[in-house]
Write a protein that binds this ligand. Structure first.
Ligand SMILES: [Zn+2]
Ligand SMILES: [Zn+2]
Length: 173
């Protein structure tokens, strides 16, 4: 694993997988690799099942009504993913922390990566910095890593689209 769990990589990977869920083990493997994960063993159907369960839990975190509920949901994921943090240099790219036991299948790796990464993102940047796009009809999830922490849309395209809609609504009003 080469993703920096303190950074935005883990939470961005979670959003990417939740927004467009992989439909096959091969696709999951490809997308994890391109996100920088070093896969230790072949991806199986069990990994797909585990990922699906993880993303269902994670979307509840995204849709939590307030920060206390959000914290409770993340804590529940952390309890289930719990392992002692450990130093490792398994990929030969330098020492880093793993929040999981060695030699886990990808489904378990993703579970701890997503749980810990989300907790670190929210604690480090702000509890509100995980949401769905504000454009009606766009449910895309994103982690807000902007400087101001006030990102409302998943993309500039959605922000423009909403601005046009608001302008039209004002014009007809
Ligand atoms: Zn690693
Ligand atoms: Zn959007």
């Amino acid at each position: 694993m080469r993703l920096n769990p303190y950074g935005e990589d883990a939470v961005n990977l979670a959003a990417d997988l939740a927004n467009r869920r992989p439909t096959s083990a091969e696709e999951l493997a490809d997308r994890c690799r391109s996100a920088g994960l070093v896969l230790e063993s072949p991806v199986t159907a069990q990994d797909m099942d585990r990922l699906c369960a993880v993303l269902d839990e994670w979307e509840k975190v995204v849709d939590a009504v307030d920060e206390h509920e959000r914290a409770d949901l993340v804590n529940r994921m952390l309890v289930a993913a719990a392992a002692y943090p450990r130093l490792t240099d398994h990929a030969g790219h330098g020492w880093h922390l793993h929040y999981r036991d060695d030699h886990q299948p990808l489904g378990s790796v993703l579970f701890s990566l997503i749980s810990v990464g989300t907790a670190l993102h929210l604690a480090g940047r702000g509890m509100h910095r995980l949401r769905r796009c504000a454009l009606a009809g766009c449910a895309t999830i994103f982690a807000d890593t902007s400087r101001t922490g006030r990102q409302r849309y998943c993309s500039p395209r959605c922000a423009n689209c909403d601005a046009v809609r608001r302008h039209r609504a004002r014009a007809t009003a």
